[in-house]
Ligand binder design. Structure first.
Ligand SMILES: Cc1cc2nc3c(=O)[nH]c(=O)nc-3n(C[C@H](O)[C@H](O)[C@H](O)COP(=O)(O)OP(=O)(O)OC[C@H]3O[C@@H](n4cnc5c(N)ncnc54)[C@H](O)[C@@H]3O)c2cc1C
Length: 499
């Protein structure tokens, strides 16, 4: 298959980019890959909203910049922060023009507050902001005749020629293996939360883009900065991860330990709205103190009308588990949520490999530094998709040739992918979680290497399960080695044996 633009990923970053290039160049062919048959992405799960300065009477770019730099704890790139925040309002207005309906009253956007923000600035659609955004973007992409949207096809390796990226190798759900050759390849594969056992990320989040890029020699950094969300729903009847948005604490909900004690005031002056790493560590401490595997979220402080109107999805999800959120405390625990690091890019999405770009959660632009400020990632994805579009619009179409090959399956028997994946999740939860030690990290590294050797080489004919496990092991090793290299606690990174 040939393309002018190959977009790997159909979340907010990939879809926005695809809409822009396909609209600007109706004569060019845009291929968008979506890994599974169903539409699943971190974008669709996003509840809180998009942090953006729209109310310039009380808020300002400078305040949003300050909050972002504070969360990033000295490791953000300030120029990147200023650019992304400064360009945010235009990008949010653009998706409104495309049909996204954020909550508003009398023509004015309603703004939520989340941890680490000094002002209300999060535009949202109830607690389904990501779904609204994804649906509108998808409808728009599907209306563009030059976009070839391919579901159930997974990219697994980059195709390189003389040091230049010329596309990707892809497997479909029937095990067919082929190349998509393209003048421009954009990785927009999202997060890697599935490397942990407890995560808020859906099953697609296996760090594929990171692994593919790493295999091709692309620079990847800041992987030690995994953000743990303090309040993922924790219930024995759950089958899929589910997040209880921080916006609910913004509206007044409070954390209690299982002894019924309110504890956040004793950890931070911002109490329940302290930055996520502070709240996650506090929750982790309280779980150890009370010897419990969760804490509780008390929503009885919130006006019941606001609870049902602003948080319908959370209300329904809890109701399905027999919890009435107005009166019952919600059991929650910290879970891996967001990968602050990733594929190093500049402000146009360029990687260190020619014609290869990365945008969205898989990229490391320098916006988040050592910790992401809540709701800054949808903003980053929208701005970076636009900037990457501008950077790639003049790329000349190159003629590429397909060096197609098909390798036999290496794993007809013997390797239990499910068991290895479960073991990896448990290993990462135990030794590479919120609080780490050198000893634990070294043990994790040894185990990851052992698992990689059990898995051995993987070929496309082994199928997507094997490829995802290969990718998860690569990502796990990056997180662990970069954690071992970091010698000082900063932002979301915490080792109990360091200062
Ligand atoms: C529960 C939850 C709540 C969140 N809430 C917020 C919030 O309120 N505000 C905020 O700013 N951020 C939030 N985030 C983070 C934010 O949603 C993500 O960072 C953002 O949506 C990432 O967008 P993306 O386009 O980079 O990736 P995604 O939306 O994850 O999309 C990735 C796409 O890549 C595809 N893909 C992956 N690998 C391959 C492959 N190998 N081949 C082909 N396709 C592939 C997937 O199928 C998917 O289509 C939340 C995240 C979660 C999990």
């Amino acid at each position: 298959m040939r393309a002018d633009y190959l977009v790997v990923g159909a979340g907010v970053a990939g879809l926005t980019y695809a809409i822009k290039v396909a609209t600007a160049f109706p004569e060019r062919r845009v291929v968008v890959l979506n890994k599974c048959a169903e539409l699943m992405s971190n974008t669709r799960m996003a509840q809180g909203g998009i942090a953006v300065v729209t109310d310039t009477q009380t808020d300002s770019f400078q305040k949003h910049v300050n909050d972002t730099l504070k969360a990033g704890d000295g490791l953000c790139d300030e120029q990147v922060v200023r650019t992304i925040i400064g360009e945010g309002p235009e990008r949010v207005q653009e998706v409104i023009d495309w049909g996204v309906r954020f909550d508003a009253q009398n023509g004015k956007l309603l703004l939520g507050r989340e941890g680490g923000h000094v002002e209300n600035r999060v535009v949202h659609k109830g607690d389904q902001t990501g779904l609204e955004l994804a649906e509108v973007l998808l409808r728009k992409v599907q209306g563009l005749p030059n976009v070839h949207f391919v579901s159930g096809h997974m990219a697994y390796d980059l195709v390189m020629a003389d040091g230049v990226c010329i596309g990707a190798r892809v497997i479909d759900s029937d095990g067919n293996d082929y190349s998509v050759l393209s003048s421009v390849t954009v990785l927009a594969t999202g997060g890697s939360g599935q490397v942990y056992g407890f995560t808020t990320n859906p099953s697609i989040a296996t760090g594929d883009g990171l692994a593919m890029a790493h295999q091709a020699g692309v620079n990847i950094s800041n992987m030690e900065f995994i953000q743990f969300h303090p309040t993922a729903l924790y219930h024995p009847k759950m089958t899929e991860p589910f997040l209880i948005s921080e916006a609910i604490r913004g509206a007044g909900a409070r954390l209690l330990n299982t002894a019924g004690e309110y504890f956040m005031k004793s950890y931070d002056e911002q109490a329940d709205l302290a930055p996520r790493d502070v709240v996650s560590r506090a929750v982790f401490n309280e779980m150890q103190k009370t010897q419990s595997d969760h804490v509780l979220l008390d929503c009885s402080w919130i006006d019941p009308n606001e609870l049902s109107s602003h948080f319908p999805t959370i209300s329904q999800k809890c109701a399905a588990l027999g919890l009435a959120i107005q009166t019952d405390n919600i059991p929650v625990r910290p879970s891996a949520h967001y990968c602050c690091g990733g594929i190093d890019t500049d402000l146009d999405g360029n990687t260190n490999i020619s014609r290869l770009y990365a945008i969205g959660e898989c990229a490391n632009t320098g916006l988040h530094g050592a910790n992401r400020l809540a709701s800054n990632s949808l903003l980053e994805a929208l701005v970076m998709a636009h900037r990457c579009f501008l950077a790639t619009e003049h790329i000349a179409v190159v003629d590429t040739t397909d060096e197609s090959m098909r390798l036999p399956s290496l794993h007809n028997a013997g390797v239990d992918v499910r068991a290895l994946r479960k073991n990896l999740g448990e290993l990462m939860d135990t030794h590479v979680g919120i609080i780490r030690t050198e000893l634990g990290l070294k043990h994790a590294l040894q185990e990851i290497k052992r698992m990689s050797s059990v898995l051995g080489a993987v070929s496309a004919s082994d199928g997507t399960g094997f490829m995802e496990l290969r990718n998860l092991l690569i990502v796990a090793e990056l997180i662990v080695t970069q954690s071992l290299n970091r010698k000082k606690n900063v932002g979301g990174f915490y080792r109990s044996d360091l200062e």
